[in-house]
Write a protein that binds this ligand. Structure first.
Ligand code: G3H
Length: 489
């Protein structure tokens, strides 16, 4: 059992003596996949939330604190020190990623390594940004020396599916730009922060990074209500993002960096290479059990190839293996959210009661607290699965006659992150791309949707995102451009 009884506030690792809440895992060496207790975390409340707010505000000190005024080269040194220490925690963090969220060994290692790389790339990007911004430029007799400065206190809330990598894609740029951060880990993937606490404490000045635990309403809400948060940085759902914004007493002062829901479609044209398309759609819709914001969450197949696509896709899904994340032959792993199988079942029941069929043999089979991916066809607008972001193992398929049908659906959708387009004829594809880029932010040709490589801009239209995450853009999202102007006399 790992009892996480330490939190970080004002540069001090404090022992928690109060109530704790249990951290469960659905992984089990007995292969029963029943929820087992992994450890515990502090169940914090307003008092600790306020301690963190005070520490971060003091560290910022209206822009005059040690961290926001520190030279960029010195902030970079702090970050280099952190990442050097972080690298020594790889084995432990990878193990916790598997146990806490059920991510496969390969993907857990990838998440860790990608995060380390993200930090180094951020450092390089800041060096480049800094060298460019320190230049003078002269316009109409005025010299301007432009630079980028911090904005204030950041509340950072990451998602459970990438508790390290995506959380750090907010936390690292926020911190390195001179903003003090209050970080509350997600409900799953919280124990894996333990091995990193000492690295955080020893690398940054007091109050620059504060780490507290607990439920959103007990911890994040009082932090927002204090009015001392300048940036809300969240990856999660819009409902929480809106509720938290509403709690801030002065919303005009609040900057948002948000990664929210998506319902990325795949559009499969009649001339698509079916082997490649099926392979990409399996990975796109079901890697990490579909628990990725970039997952393909609805497939549009041209009616002329729908029968063949459905048959072959369903057979491939049935051939996917399920088991513990450390078993390298396994593709599907237990779900960390114990309520997820019931939710997926509701979506399946709703769709089948309105005319859809489960087209794969194993679809919807329950293995203890897991539900085997169901492939459902044909989906229509009356069904919840058409509208809701399932974020789990179920694949809805629609067929279309005219390309305008999926385009209209995308235009009406509340989301606009990415799309995958499968086809060969460039004369058909080229004009389509011109339309698709106005509906989403990334068009993936003959490949599934994904966030990386992390240097690419990662954002979305409509309810899918506010601000841009990626190495370069995130540095801009967490800073403001200021300049000194002097006249030629
Ligand atoms: O859950 C949302 C993540 O941004 C997905 O990232 O495409 O690298 O798996 P990924």
């Amino acid at each position: 059992l790992l009892n996480q009884d330490t939190y970080l506030v004002n540069g001090e690792l404090k022992k928690w003596e109060g109530q704790t809440s249990a951290v469960f895992s659905t992984i089990s060496s007995t292969e029963k996949y029943e929820p087992t207790i992994l450890g515990s975390i502090p169940f914090m409340g307003e008092k600790e939330a306020m301690e963190a707010v005070e520490a971060a505000s003091k560290a910022y000190n209206n822009g005059q604190g040690l961290w926001p005024t520190m030279k960029v080269v010195d902030r970079i040194k702090c970050m280099e020190n952190f990442v050097t220490q972080m690298k020594t925690t790889r084995t432990e963090v990878v193990k916790l990623l598997m146990w806490e969220i059920g991510k496969s060994l390969g993907d857990s290692e990838k998440e860790f390594d990608r995060t380390v790389e993200y930090i180094y790339d951020t450092i390089d990007s800041l060096k480049e940004l800094n060298s460019r911004s320190s230049h003078f430029s002269k316009v109409q007799g005025i010299n301007a020396m432009v630079r980028r400065g911090p904005l204030g206190v950041v509340l950072c809330l990451g998602p459970y599916n990438y508790p390290l990598n995506e959380t750090f894609s907010l936390l690292i740029p926020a911190l390195i730009m001179g903003n003090p951060v209050i970080f509350k880990p997600a409900k799953h993937g919280v124990l894996l922060i333990s091995p990193l606490l000492e690295a955080f404490r020893s690398s940054f000045p007091a109050g620059a990074i504060n780490i507290v635990y607990g439920r959103g309403r007990e911890v994040a809400s009082p932090i927002m209500k204090s009015g001392k948060v300048d940036i809300l940085a969240l990856i999660g759902n819009s409902k929480s993002a809106i509720a938290l914004q509403d709690q801030h007493p002065n919303k005009n002062r609040l900057r948002l960096v948000l990664g929210l829901e998506a319902k990325n479609p795949a559009i499969i044209l009649p001339d698509a290479d079916l082997d490649l398309t099926i392979q990409e759609c399996i990975a796109g819709s079901l890697s990490f059990n579909g628990q990725r914001c970039t997952a393909l969450k609805v497939l549009y197949v041209h009616e002329s190839i729908a029968d063949e696509f459905n048959k072959r896709f369903a057979a491939k899904v049935d051939a996917l293996s399920f088991g513990n994340p450390w078993d390298k032959s396994v593709f599907l792993t237990p779900l960390p959210e114990k309520e997820k199988p019931a939710y997926i079942q509701e979506l399946i029941d709703d769709a089948t009661s309105k005319g859809a069929k489960i087209i794969n043999k194993k679809g919807g089979e329950h293995t203890e607290n897991y539900i085997f991916p169901a492939v459902l066809f044909p989906i229509n607008k009356e069904m919840r699965l058409y509208h809701e972001e399932q974020f789990g193992p179920v694949v809805p398929i629609l067929s279309f006659k005219d390309i305008q049908e999926p385009l209209n659906d995308m235009a009406e959708s509340n989301y606009g992150q990415q799309v995958s387009l499968f086809g060969k004829d460039i004369k058909t594809i080229a004009p389509l791309i011109d339309t698709l880029v106005n509906l989403v932010c990334r068009v993936n040709l003959n490949s599934s949707c994904q966030r990386g490589p992390d240097v690419f801009p990662f954002t979305g239209r409509k309810d899918s995102a506010v601000g841009t995450l990626s190495i370069h853009d995130a540095l801009r999202s967490f800073s403001i451009r200021t300049f000194v102007a002097s006249k030629d006399n």
